[in-house]
Structure formats: structure tokens, C-alpha cells
Ligand binder design. Sequence first.
Ligand code: FES
Length: 94
Amino acid sequence: MDHMNPKDIIICRCSDVTLFDLFELFEQGYRSFEELKRIKRVGMGPCQANTCGKMVQWEIAKYFKIPLEEALFHNLRPFTLGIKLKHIKEGSDT
Ligand code: FES
């Protein structure tokens, strides 16, 4: 069976990142989810890595031959919305 071309395997569809893109970054020395996120915006799309997160973690572990639990997941931050100053002044959050 032929292997699929890594350029055709989408890892993060929100940010249009392929497996080939990850391999290139790994070869450049990037090896953590946080680094990949900052360089290529992996996991920063609308789904916030709910779709790609585990796949990225798995690919890091596989590429560097480390246990999955050592391929750290990216830092999760709470969802935030902007608030108008007038609402703060008035004591309202709507
Ligand atoms: S698929 Fe990667 S952030 Fe949504």
C-alpha cells in the first residue's frame, strides 16, 4: 500500500497546516506545540485545537520517538471577549 503524501495530509484545517509543514518545522528544530503554534498558528483557529490538538501531539511524539505524555499539549487559555470601557464605568457587562 502506498503511503499518502504528507503534503496532502491536513493536520490543522483551521490554519491550513499539513503534515509536511510539521515535518519542516521539526527539521528546523521546533518540537513543542507552543513553538508550532507561534510559528505556524497550529491550533489557533476557530476550533482552538479541538480538532487538531491530539494529532499534533501524536505527530510530535512519533517524530521525536518520545512517549505521548512527553509531547506536551499547548497551553489552554480561557475564551475572552472585549468589553467596552463605558460598560466597566457603568458597572455593566453587556
Ligand atoms: S483544526 Fe487546528 S485550530 Fe482548528
